[in-house]
Design a protein around this ligand. Structure first.
Ligand code: SF4
Ligand code: SF4
Length: 357
């Protein structure tokens, strides 16, 4: 626990958190919607600083990042909490800070927005110093540290300290994010950020609000900014039947990536598994036809790299040359089984925009 960054002190002991686009205004003892930032006597405090709920060595492909340091390992960390509360969340036990039972979600619609009502938010995990994180990443042969599993924005102070130290040890920094951070947050992390995968879950304001409790526009804005800043950017969309199954919505997502970001930004479309979701157990898994339709929508929009996720032995996890469609990288699950000449097409010689350093 320590004093948070990026907040304003207001009259009458109020504070306003400026870390994400909720901009929660909190009176004494109240916590923000993320549940992990609290007004303590007029100071905003980060409750999860240095307390890690997950540490693991993952293939960077699991983030998923397919065009950044392919075939390397990323030391992956998470703290409890998230600024969104997606009904489809597959990590809800740690993103929502609840272990066994499913407490009601924060009530976004009732005018209590900006305050988390329940106070039974748990903080399991281990106290781990920034130095330990970096040392473990180096010792385990990782090339990067990934801030992932939950939303790195809500452990921003700790992530930023790790990112700065990581650079001194030649490690790259990767965020896996919902993209709902504030402009100030993005300003702080951009100088230290090497790659990011952002979820673009829907292209529909109403569904974003109902499913996740957030707005679409700030996420699009942040994506544009990340693309302009030259960060290695990849985008993921989980295909949820009943929510992401309208072809025009999938086409809109693909068009946005192709025209507003770049046709070279990889788009990952992944299969939804209702049984591990937070609140959508009664939904159906993504049917094969929907994955095919999304894949086609990506190609039709002019995207050079569309990948399917959570499907085994689907050739669409491979990287193909956008010029001649020759195979450049073959993947099986998260493992690379074959790749050629540092991202150069073996057939026509086209250099794909992959980062190996
Ligand atoms: S949800 Fe959390 S991070 Fe976002 S503004 Fe509120 S307190 Fe800050
Ligand atoms: S943003 Fe990600 S981690 Fe947070 S609730 Fe949504 S799916 Fe879960």
């Amino acid at each position: 626990m320590r004093e948070a960054g990026l907040y304003k002190k207001l009259p009458r002991c109020l504070v306003q958190c400026c870390l994400c686009r909720h901009f929660c205004r909190l009176s004494e003892n109240q916590r923000g919607l993320c549940g992990v930032r609290q007004n303590q006597a007029g100071l905003l405090v980060s409750l999860n600083y240095g307390r890690l709920i997950a540490r693991a060595v993952d293939p960077v492909e699991k983030k998923p990042l397919f065009h950044f340091l392919p075939g390397t390992a990323a030391y992956s960390i998470a703290a409890v909490g998230c600024n969104l509360c997606c009904a489809n969340c597959q990590n809800w036990q740690i993103s929502q800070g609840i272990k066994e039972s499913k407490n009601p979600r924060p009530d976004f619609a009732s005018g209590t927005r900006g305050v988390r009502q329940e106070n039974n938010f748990l903080f399991p995990g281990d106290d781990v110093s920034v130095q330990e994180v970096v040392a473990e990443a180096v010792e385990s042969g990782c090339r990067s540290i990934a801030y992932t599993y939950t939303e790195p924005t809500i452990f921003f102070e700790y992530a930023l300290d790790c990112m700065k130290l990581a650079r001194q040890h030649s490690l790259k920094n990767i965020w896996v994010s919902n993209g709902y951070m504030s402009k100030d947050c993005l300003n702080e992390i951009l100088p230290w950020l090497d790659a990011i995968n952002v979820d673009l879950k829907f292209f529909d304001e109403q569904i974003y609000w109902q499913n996740c409790g957030c707005h679409l526009a700030p996420i699009l804005e942040n994506l544009q900014r990340l693309a302009k800043a030259g960060v290695n950017l990849e985008v993921t969309t989980l295909l949820v039947p009943g929510q992401t199954d309208k072809l025009d919505q999938l086409g809109d997502i693909a068009d946005f990536i192709a025209t507003e970001l770049s046709p070279d930004v990889p788009w990952h479309i992944s299969k939804f598994s209702p049984e591990i979701s937070y609140l959508l157990q009664s939904y159906q898994p993504t049917p094969a036809g929907l994955i095919d339709a999304a894949y086609e929508a990506g190609l039709k929009a002019g995207l050079s790299y569309v990948y399917t996720g959570n499907l085994l032995n689907d050739g669409r996890e491979n990287t193909y040359c956008p010029c001649c469609r020759a195979l450049v990288i073959r993947r099986r699950a998260y493992e690379i089984t074959n790749y050629s000449l540092a991202g150069q097409c073996p057939k026509c010689g086209y250099q794909l925009p992959l980062k190996f350093e």
